[in-house]
Design a protein around this ligand. Structure first.
Ligand SMILES: Nc1ncnc2c1ncn2[C@@H]1O[C@H](COP(=O)(O)OP(=O)(O)OP(=O)(O)O)[C@@H](O)[C@H]1O
Ligand SMILES: [Mg+2]
Length: 221
């Protein structure tokens, strides 16, 4: 397997608070990596740095051997179009229908607006029948399934998810994680942050972050 992502000695502070204190992780293509750790340990900060949303103060993120963070904005933007994010609170635009949310995501990634592909991804998460509904009309579980479809229409090479089941009841949690496990089976690289070990049941490796340091599971190879 090839190394797809390499995080090396990343430090990040907010003001005087040092949140990441030298984090290094190597991720192979096709892995499903779970990141666990107490609240405030820096999981979201780390995920955002891995995904190019946030820059480290020092240290680097390499994607397929190329430094993408820190990097000039155009390079970092290109990297962000390569990868996909799923958030705890979905980040779906309420002013657009479900289908329009997916089409917009394709446009943002500089992909053609492919309605067929969007409908295919909605079908995959069991939300095809709600293509023309507005987000306000959907349940939390349905919203998260739409958010996963929106991520997948871009055919991302890595899917980053931050507490993707954090707002869901048990039944929807299981449904959403079944979808993630299936995405992994289809060959995607997944990095999922969660407090909940059930959510990470399908993970091939669990990394523990404690007080801004890797406690377990992630030394560089
Ligand atoms: N934009 C910000 N400005 C200032 N401080 C921040 C900011 N974002 C995060 N922090 C602080 O950095 C620390 C780590 O935050 P982070 O969100 O990475 O933790 P986390 O492990 O994801 O926590 P949780 O499990 O609660 O989501 C926290 O103490 C938080 O208050
Ligand atoms: Mg968090």
């Amino acid at each position: 397997m090839n190394e797809i992502l390499r995080v090396e000695d990343v430090h990040r502070s907010y003001g005087t608070q040092e949140v990441l204190k030298g984090v290094s992780i190597s991720i192979m293509a096709g892995e499903f990596v779970g990141i666990m750790g107490p609240s405030g340990s820096g999981k979201t900060t780390l995920l955002h740095i891995m995904g190019g949303i946030l820059s480290p103060d020092s240290g680097t993120v390499n994607y397929n051997g190329k430094q993408v963070n820190p990097a000039p904005l155009n390079l970092r933007a290109a990297y962000r179009r390569e990868v996909g994010f799923v958030f705890q609170n979905f980040n779906i635009l309420n002013e657009l229908t479900v289908l329009e949310n997916l089409l917009l995501s394709m446009m943002v990634a500089h992909l053609p607006c492919d309605r067929e592909e969007a409908m295919k991804q909605l079908r995959y998460v069991g939300m095809e029948h709600k293509a023309d509904a507005y987000p306000d009309e959907l349940s939390m579980g349905e919203l998260q399934r739409v958010a996963i479809a929106r991520c997948m229409v871009r055919n991302p090479s890595i899917v980053f998810a931050d507490e993707p089941t954090g707002s869901l009841d048990t039944a929807n949690k299981e449904l959403v994680m079944e979808i993630f496990r299936d995405i992994h089976k289809r060959g995607k690289t997944l990095v999922v942050v969660s407090h909940d070990s059930n959510t990470l049941k399908g993970a091939t490796r669990i990394i523990e972050l404690v007080d801004g340091r890797i406690f377990n599971g992630g030394p560089l190879r």
